[in-house]
Design a protein around this ligand. Structure first.
Ligand SMILES: Cc1ncc(COP(=O)(O)O)c(C=O)c1O
Length: 492
């Protein structure tokens, strides 16, 4: 069978690829002009003639892998993307092959069961009662949620959490904030945006939060920044001022957002204090845990998220610190009715009463055809077990701390903040934009892949320790490489 043969070719190549990357036998990143790649990969020929199978597939794959950015390379320190555990990649293959768009239960019962299990597993980590797993009967209808009165800030007895997996944290933020808007201003769905809605968030929020404000019709003018300290962490005693500014402007906040942790520096906002403030004001509390919610698994690091249970919604990316391949992000809500009432739509071919022993998740998500994303994370969880994921997470956070100590011990390097996660920013001498040139040079050499971040008006280099094969060896090599590229300090 061609499938078995070609799959064997792909697996063989990937095994060699991973081994060569881990052994640093190839550059971590190699940027070639896009037009040259289109030519070298013979895209036009294959598109015209077909034949991407057998030996041709193997040769194509050699050329393709040669032009990848190698996440398995220990000097890959750039972004918050997992080095997927192979089991998760196999999960993605299974889902791609079986293609069960499981947002409608009858389209993918096994994938739906896995998604519901994963969501409940995450809800329990937050400390919210998980959803009862349906045995038979009636499908919850979106109208159930729409016809209800607005829930109080504290979910009533008998309510339970709920969630859905989406393609990434950006879509997860949009989904959670749509649910927040539907709770605060349910009339908007029919009547359109009244122009007086507001969203409160720290400037350090991921850009997808500002995008969600734009998409939801709140706009940049309706987005109020929360005051932060020099590290970019929300100052809880300054929350009333931001709130008052929105009130003075005659605005109605739909939600207040906190980071767990922030994208640029990986620091956690004080969730308990922020959550208590939101309870007092009766406003939706959204926690962006895309990167940092995985710390909930670790007895050592879960304190960073103390108070997360006060949130109304949390997002949590499995394709960051749970070693799942992209994309797999969870939107989690404390009260299931909030997510069930987030979207209102009609589609007679999908939404109708039916007797079935499972749930349709389609009314909780922007997506219609929805991949079986649960497999990507569950295959990792089922392979490593929770303890394996905890070991991974704790090792990455510990490495960031050791790297911090090492860098701080250098006379010509400096870290602006001590890390709380596996993200670490640093600067060389008193450099600013020079860091961007340095980054380009490191990429051109193919020896390191770093990212950069502007903090308090100054550019820094940024490392994210995602790769289990990275150690302090790479950090030492990086320090040498930077000094080498920078040349001797200017005299006088
Ligand atoms: C805090 C935070 N939220 C949201 C996102 C967006 O997630 P995604 O890249 O999965 O869309 C990121 C991505 O880095 C993030 O760090």
């Amino acid at each position: 069978m061609a499938f078995a043969h070609d799959a064997g070719t792909v697996v063989d190549r990937l095994v060699q690829y991973a081994a060569a990357s881990v052994a640093k036998k190839q550059p971590v990143v190699r940027l070639e002009p896009l037009a040259e790649l289109v030519e070298r990969l013979e895209l036009e020929r294959f598109a015209r003639e077909g034949g991407l199978t057998g030996d041709a597939l193997g040769e194509f794959l050699d050329r393709y892998l040669d032009a990848t950015t190698r996440l398995h390379h220990p000097s890959h320190l750039a972004h918050q993307v997992s080095v997927p555990h192979y089991a998760g990649a196999l999960g993605a293959l299974i889902d791609g092959f079986t293609n069960n768009p499981m947002a409608i239960y009858e389209m993918g019962p096994a994938a739906a069961a896995i998604e519901c299990f994963v969501i409940n597993w995450m809800l329990e980590k937050i400390g919210w009662p998980p959803a009862p797993l349906p045995m038979d009967g009636r499908v919850p209808q979106a109208q159930d949620a729409q016809e209800r009165p607005l829930p109080p800030a504290t979910a009533p007895a008998g309510s339970h959490g709920a969630g859905v997996l989406t393609h990434g944290g950006s879509l997860a933020n949009l989904t959670a904030l749509t649910a927040a808007r539907s709770r605060a201003a349910p009339e908007v769905w029919n009547e359109g945006n009244p122009g007086d809605l507001a969203l409160l968030a720290p400037a350090q929020s991921h850009y997808s939060v500002a995008r969600a404000a734009g998409i939801l019709g709140i706009g940049a003018q309706g987005a109020y920044e929360l005051a932060v300290d020099a590290r970019g962490v929300v100052l809880p005693d300054r929350l009333p001022q931001a709130w008052q500014r929105a009130m003075d402007d005659g605005r109605k906040p739909i939600a207040l957002v906190a980071n767990a942790c922030s994208t640029a520096v990986g620091l956690y906002d004080p969730l308990r204090e922020i959550g208590e403030f939101c309870r007092e004001q009766g406003v939706w509390f959204h926690v962006d845990g895309a990167h940092g919610a995985s710390a909930l698994l670790s007895a050592r690091h879960r304190h960073r998220l103390a108070g997360v249970e006060l949130a109304d919604s949390v997002i949590w990316d499995a394709h960051k610190m749970l070693r799942a391949p992209p994309l797999c992000a969870a939107v989690l809500v404390r009260d299931h009715r909030d997510l069930d009432g987030a979207f209102h739509e009609e589609a007679s071919y999908l939404f109708h009463a039916k007797e079935q022993p499972g749930v349709d998740l389609i009314h909780r998500t922007v997506e219609c055809t929805k991949a079986g994303l649960g497999l990507k994370v569950f295959c990792v969880l089922g392979s490593l077990g929770e303890a394996g994921l905890v070991d991974y997470l704790e090792a990455q956070v510990a490495l960031a701390r050791k790297a911090y100590d090492l860098i701080q011990a250098q006379p010509d390097f400096h870290c602006p903040v001590a890390p709380e996660s596996n993200i670490l920013c640093f600067r060389y001498r008193d450099w600013n934009v020079e860091h961007l040139r340095l980054r380009d040079q490191l990429i051109a050499r193919g020896t390191f892949h770093l990212s950069s971040a502007a903090l308090n008006g100054c550019w820094h280099l940024r490392m994210v320790f995602m790769n289990p094969h990275t150690s302090l060896v790479e950090v030492r090599e990086l320090i040498h490489a930077i000094r080498d590229l920078a040349g001797p300090p200017a005299s006088g």
